[in-house]
Design a protein around this ligand. Structure first.
Ligand code: PEP
Length: 240
């Protein structure tokens, strides 16, 4: 089970360090083994001493080791901090930063060559959801064009665009249906993301085929994130 926190454009270097230290202590002191991922702002990356089950990843990178790509960050800079997990295809990068499929495939292939864990995000906008489940699946499956679904270190996050940062969560039935249909084609861990909260994470993690959650807003407070990890750990014990 994977519990991932996407900081987006939040937290400073100082508060990121405090956050990671507290989460690490919580995991260590309670001997938790649920997998935790934290994706801080790139400026807050550093060499953090963490338990094995915790990875600090990158929200973004340019598909290069180094070079002339003003404002971008390459793998030489990520490797300096031992980054071993990256996000690709987050809806904010697709829709706000206008990353198209061609660039996403380039990023995916580059990260794959580096052998890092890839958390690849997919999800439909509201107008597609309104057309029903077949349209949703056609849209999501299209987002896998050019993506190697056999890559060993691939994790998928299903995040309906209309549910991200809006306070609207997909219904448990909708999540269940999409994850069930994805599982037919993809034998990889499947996460859900989209306004996951402390008080609904338990129900979501109990959905069949749900292997974890990717969380923005509700994960930015240390206490909340600890509660979410704790809930996940309890559910994991029952599921085992
Ligand atoms: C996200 O950033 O991937 C996300 C799901 O955000 P939020 O939890 O705020 O909807």
């Amino acid at each position: 089970m994977i519990i991932a926190s996407n900081f987006k454009t939040n937290h400073t270097r100082k508060s990121t360090r405090e956050f990671i230290t507290q989460i690490n202590n919580f995991v260590k002191n309670n001997s938790l083994d649920v997998q935790v991922r934290i994706y801080p702002a790139l400026t807050a990356l550093d060499s953090f001493e963490c338990e094995k089950s915790i990875k600090i990843g990158a929200q973004n990178f340019y598909p290069t080791c180094k070079g002339s790509f003003t404002g971008e960050i390459g793998f030489e800079q990520l490797e300096e901090f031992g980054v071993d997990s990256v996000l690709i295809g987050h809806s904010e990068r697709r829709h706000i930063l206008k990353e198209n499929n061609e660039l996403l495939v380039k990023k995916f292939n580059f990260a794959k060559e580096q052998g890092v864990e890839i958390l690849y995000c997919v999800g439909e906008p509201k107008e597609v959801r309104e057309k029903g489940i077949d349209a949703v699946m056609a849209y999501i499956l299209g987002q896998f064009d050019g993506i190697d679904l056999d890559y060993k270190r691939l994790v998928i996050a299903y995040e309906p665009v209309w549910a991200i940062g809006t306070g609207l969560t997909a219904s448990n039935n909708d999540i269940k249906e999409v994850l069930k249909r994805l599982k037919v084609n993809i034998q990889k861990p499947l996460l859900y993301g989209g306004s996951v909260q402390v008080d609904n994470v338990g129900d979501i993690l109990n959905i069949k085929n749900c292997d974890g959650v990717l969380i923005g807003t509700a994960s930015w407070e240390k206490e909340n994130f600890c509660k979410i990890i704790d809930t996940a750990q309890k559910i994991r014990r029952v599921k085992l």
